[in-house]
Write a protein that binds this ligand. Structure first.
Ligand SMILES: Nc1ncnc2c1ncn2[C@@H]1O[C@H](COP(=O)(O)OP(=O)(O)OP(=O)(O)O)[C@@H](O)[C@H]1O
Length: 367
């Protein structure tokens, strides 16, 4: 006895069967399945079953869920979903602020931050990016918007610049880079507070904050000034970078900010000619560090020319390469998928760790 017959034999109707099956669905970002409350509608016709789901965090998995249901129900299934991020905003109308940090410079923190933003957007969320790298703002060039100037909404508020569905603000849009490099610590953290406070972000599900590299006093002060939900730490596999990433973990633990996970960037290189995978900067460092500190390894992103060129040209690599791409002969896991998987994990962790029921609202001051 197969498919729906099996369920009817147990005296269940199609809706009950679907809900039960969805509850048993598992993926890295859906570790306890799809909750019955997220299922908005089920409809069965002769030809197919239609299921409508509202996910409470950024995730796009309609095809996977449809194939899973189809396999069990023995009938074509169409799944459509929307992302409706739940929880009270923690700051203005922003539901979650995510810090992207690194122990040292040049490991690909800004590249990860912007691609994480694109990936969350591609999963159906409302996303903004704040470039807090006051001394070396890179957001204007990552978005290819170097000559843009934000418009003033009124005396006190600036409108963020929008590109590819992302709202962006950076000190780089406001002052020449050479002016910001001479700012001392307090000026830098005050600039960050002002950028966060005085930008009209509107409603956002996730605001990604690209932090300045390092784990010194400036980074610590900035972390304390931003009402963040969690941090993502970017590292490369070299021993030195890992040692610095460890300091980053310690810094966030000190201020009790949840660490959502590690991204190991430039993790390996796939040779386009011979198809072999080379761990040019070392092997398994991120995995070891993640397990030592009990934090998830969110992604192992390869050193890849597509990533460099897209970010240098201000392109949204997630939309551009979302089709299954052949990154190399041995790896058909598209470049975009690394960021999409990372985004889904981050969103899932924020949802499951959320204290949205506590109703606590954080108010920022400028001292
Ligand atoms: N996975 C990758 N594959 C190829 N190139 C990459 C990758 N990640 C980052 N890059 C390139 O490395 C350079 C440094 O990246 P990025 O600016 O993101 O680093 P960062 O850690 O933010 O640096 P900083 O400390 O200066 O802010 C850029 O040219 C970027 O395009």
């Amino acid at each position: 006895m197969f498919g729906l017959e099996k369920w009817f034999a147990k005296g269940k109707n199609t809706k009950q069967a679907i809900i039960e099956l969805l509850n048993g669905y598992r993926s890295a970002a859906l570790p306890v399945g799809i909750d019955a409350n997220w299922v908005i509608k089920t409809q069965e016709s002769k030809a197919q079953i239609q299921v409508q789901i509202n996910f409470p965090f950024a995730i796009q998995c309609d095809q996977d869920v449809a194939s899973y249901l189809q396999q069990h129900l023995g009938k074509p299934v169409e799944v459509t979903s929307k992302v409706v991020v739940v929880g009270r905003p923690k700051f203005k109308a922003i539901k979650h602020i995510i810090l992207v940090a690194s122990g040292k410079g040049g490991v690909g923190k800004s590249t990860t931050a912007i691609n994480l933003a694109y990936a969350l957007r591609a999963q159906g969320a409302k996303v903004g990016v704040l470039d807090a790298d006051i001394y070396g703002p890179s957001l204007p060039s990552l978005l290819a918007l170097e000559d843009e100037k934000p418009q003033a909404k009124d005396d006190k508020t600036l409108l963020p610049i929008e590109k590819s569905g992302i709202k962006a603000m950076s000190i780089g849009f406001l002052v020449p880079a050479e002016d910001a490099t001479v700012w001392r610590g307090p000026m830098a953290s005050q600039a960050l507070t002002q950028l966060l406070n005085e930008t009209d972000w509107g409603e956002l599900d996730y605001l990604i904050v690209d932090m300045p590299p390092g784990t010194g006093d400036i980074q610590l002060t900035m972390t304390q000034k931003v009402p963040a939900s969690g941090a993502v730490i970017v590292t490369t596999p070299q021993t030195l970078a890992l040692a610095d990433a460890q300091k980053g973990i310690a810094m966030f633990e000190k201020v009790q900010l949840p660490i959502l996970g590690l991204v190991e960037n430039m993790s390996y290189f796939n040779c386009a000619q011979c198809g072999s995978r080379n761990h040019i900067f070392g092997h398994s460092g991120g995995t070891t560090l993640a397990s030592r500190y009990g934090v998830p390894l969110l992604a192992e992103v390869p050193l890849n020319d597509q990533i460099r060129t897209a970010t240098e040209q201000g392109e949204d690599i997630i939309s551009a390469t979302r089709e299954p791409s052949s990154e190399s002969k041995t790896d058909n896991h598209g470049i975009a998928d690394h960021y999409v998987d990372c985004a889904q994990l981050v969103a899932s962790m924020l949802y499951y760790q959320s204290d949205s029921t506590s109703g606590v609202e954080i108010v920022m001051t400028e001292d």
